[in-house]
Design a protein around this ligand. Structure first.
Ligand code: NBP
Length: 481
């Protein structure tokens, strides 16, 4: 046995991760792929890596030093289960199997439980950053046992992205915690992308600026509080010219956004946990809406506002600044909601998650990397059990500064007939959560009327029901929610 770490699954992510591992001092990497062609290709293309190839799972296990550590990078779902079963057959108690794919966290919880019974450790690790991240340094979100972390921690720290001197990996929590946090990361990514897209659309339709001019605006924004990878690449995409037609590339790309399902998982999970992640939900639905051309073709006949919307020339700069402030405020809401989901998930599944540490490991290697995440870390360092992230002083100040602009932008979007679902739902969330009284009182009245669901009163203890179909007097009742 000559390798200290192994990788199973050598498609783009696995082969890049294997190369990343091999490039670090002290690592010898065993590699295995179901079909040997990919193994051979990787060997041929990267002789410098010193890989130890295997034709079978047994050969793979034999090539690893004990306790064996292997990272699986195959298609999520059935393929992951198939590889785990094969590894369990050839591994021994004390060995560590890591699933680095995009698993759905309940699958990870199930797998961890099943594998643990064999005495083998199982770690579900979310790995973010796509192909580039896997090769040069991803953000890694491992779950699993404390025992596995002792062996795995140094290896993962050696390949993770570095942000401000710190590796972008932390032991998130037990069993499915890592994949849960990776899921919410992707949900936040959906919201961040949709908000940026809405900002672009408002500026383009409001001012008539060309994509390349808007690229300059985003590049400028990237120097300030919005500084982030997503803003940076937005400018790049907007500046790109299509070689074939000479048009801005963004104008020849079909306007139907795809999705691989992690946004939907984030929203489904939030619904089960009762956490209002409305920004992420609107972003996910906006992709769905875009991807129904048959419905859009029919609905195109519906009327919009009577007048064409144009921002007067002398108000263009102010309008763009309003959009920037609205984008920042909405982004704060999206992150606040995402961290709320992590908090609720941790409480539900018994994970001890350090929210500040999560924001820090997202500062490098992943799609939502941004300066902004330092402010989140600061907020949790100050108040670890902060119930609503956006109430932290730094964010509250930004919302105070931006709220008037935010309201103007949402009003303008509504009047102009420009869809801004993430901007407006974020503002509604903000107004909802800070409201002194909500019409939920009326909803409780309605529920009591038709279903005798009862209600509580603001002025005394107990549970009450009004005899709606009788004389409408109030009685004390059993609490039925
Ligand atoms: P894919 O998701 O395309 O999976 C292809 C790999 O799975 C190949 O190595 C294939 O082997 C293997 N595989 C399959 Br399919 N069925 C198998 C089975 N029954 N037994 C053994 N191996 C099997 O690869 P990827 O795009 O590199 O992604 C790997 C993982 O990383 C996925 O879970 C993905 O969601 C996650 N991820 C991807 C990205 C990204 O940017 N692509 C980012 C973050 C996370 P074969 O060669 O023999 O067919």
């Amino acid at each position: 046995a000559s390798a200290n770490i192994g990788v199973v699954g050598l498609a783009v992510m696995g082969s890049n991760l294997a190369r990343n591992l091999a490039s670090r001092e002290g690592n010898t990497v065993a590699i295995f792929n179901r079909s040997y062609e990919k193994t051979q290709t990787l060997l041929d293309e990267h002789p410098e890596a010193g890989f130890v190839p295997a034709h079978t799972y047994q050969e793979f296990a034999d090539s690893l030093q004990k306790p064996r550590t292997a990272i699986i990078m195959v298609k999520a779902g059935g393929p992951t289960d198939a590889v785990i079963d094969a590894l369990v057959d050839v591994f021994e108690p004390g060995d560590i199997i890591v699933d680095g794919g995009n698993a759905y966290f309940p699958d990870t919880i199930r797998r961890e439980k099943a594998v643990r019974e064999t005495g083998i450790n199982f770690v579900g690790a979310g790995i973010s950053g796509g192909e580039e991240g896997a090769l040069t340094g991803p953000s890694i979100m491992p779950g699993g046992s404390d025992e596995s972390w002792v062996t795995l921690g140094p290896i993962l720290k050696s390949i993770a992205a570095i942000a401000e001197g710190e590796p972008c990996v932390t032991h998130v929590g037990h069993d499915g915690a890592g994949h849960f946090v990776k899921m919410v990361h992707n949900g936040i990514e959906y919201a961040d992308m949709q908000l940026i897209a809405e900002a672009y659309d408002l500026i383009r339709r409001g001012t008539g600026k060309a994509p390349a001019e808007i690229a300059d605006i985003f590049a400028e924004w990237n120097k300030g509080e919005l500084e982030s990878y997503l803003i940076e690449i937005t400018a790049e995409v907007l500046r790109q010219v299509d070689a074939e037609t000479g048009k801005p590339l963004v104008d020849v790309i079909l306007d139907q956004a795809g999705a691989k399902g992690t946004g939907a998982w984030t929203v489904q999970t939030a619904l089960s946990l009762g956490v209002p992640v409305s920004g992420i939900a609107e972003a996910t639905f906006a992709r769905s809406l875009s991807s129904h051309p048959e419905q859009r073709a029919v609905a195109a006949s519906l009327p919009g506002p009577d007048e064409e919307f144009t921002v007067p020339a002398d108000e263009v700069d102010a309008f763009i600044e309003d959009v920037r402030l609205a984008l920042y405020a909405s982004k704060i809401v999206a992150y606040s909601q995402g961290f709320d989901e992590i908090r609720a998930g941790a409480a539900e599944y018994g994970w001890n998650i350090d929210l500040g540490a999560i924001s820090k490991i997202w500062r490098g290697g992943c799609i939502i990397r941004a300066q902004f995440l330092n402010r989140i870390a600061d907020a949790y360092a100050e108040t670890p059990d902060l119930p609503v992230l956006m109430t932290a002083p730094y964010f509250a100040e930004a919302l105070t500064r931006g709220q008037a602009a935010w309201r103007r932008v949402v009003v303008t979007a509504a009047q102009a007939g420009i869809p801004a679902p993430a901007f407006s739902s974020s503002l509604s969330y903000y107004d909802g959560i800070r409201a002194d009284r909500l019409p939920a009182a009326l909803v409780q009245g309605q529920r009591d009327f038709f279903g005798a669901h009862t209600y509580k009163r603001i002025d005394k203890e107990g549970t009450f029901h009004t005899l709606w179909s009788g004389d409408r007097t109030e009685i004390e009742a059993e609490d039925t929610h």
